[in-house]
Design a binder for this molecule. Structure first.
Ligand code: ZN
Length: 108
């Protein structure tokens, strides 16, 4: 539930040319990468009511882990995955947060 303070922040009412008041909701914050917290490209900043009008491909990039982690991190994970498979890298050298995504990448 919205408190009075957040409601004031989210819905700023402003007078229009007529006598009626119009309310305007704030845009939600940009989606961020789960690993490096960079802003995700290709993700619309819309409320859930507006998001459901978009098609699946308009909501997220059509990439592995699109909408969850950024392109740079996907590239890093891919190289780490191939290096682990070649044996040129061990699991101890890989960031422990990447291991979950490397395991998921094997299933794709
Ligand atoms: Zn990232």
């Amino acid at each position: 539930m919205l408190t009075n303070k957040t409601r004031k922040k989210n819905i700023a009412s402003h007078a229009s040319s007529g006598s009626r008041l119009h309310s305007k909701r704030d845009k939600p914050a940009a989606a961020k990468c789960a690993l490096c917290s960079a802003k995700l490209a290709g993700m619309p900043r819309l409320h859930s009511t507006q998001l459901k009008r978009l098609s699946k491909t308009e909501k997220r990039p059509e990439r592995a882990f699109g909408g969850i982690i950024c392109g740079k991190c996907v590239k890093r994970i891919l190289t780490e995955k191939t290096r682990l498979e070649n044996g040129s890298m061990t699991k101890h050298n890989v960031d422990f947060r990447h291991l979950k995504y490397i395991e998921a990448m094997k299933k794709i």
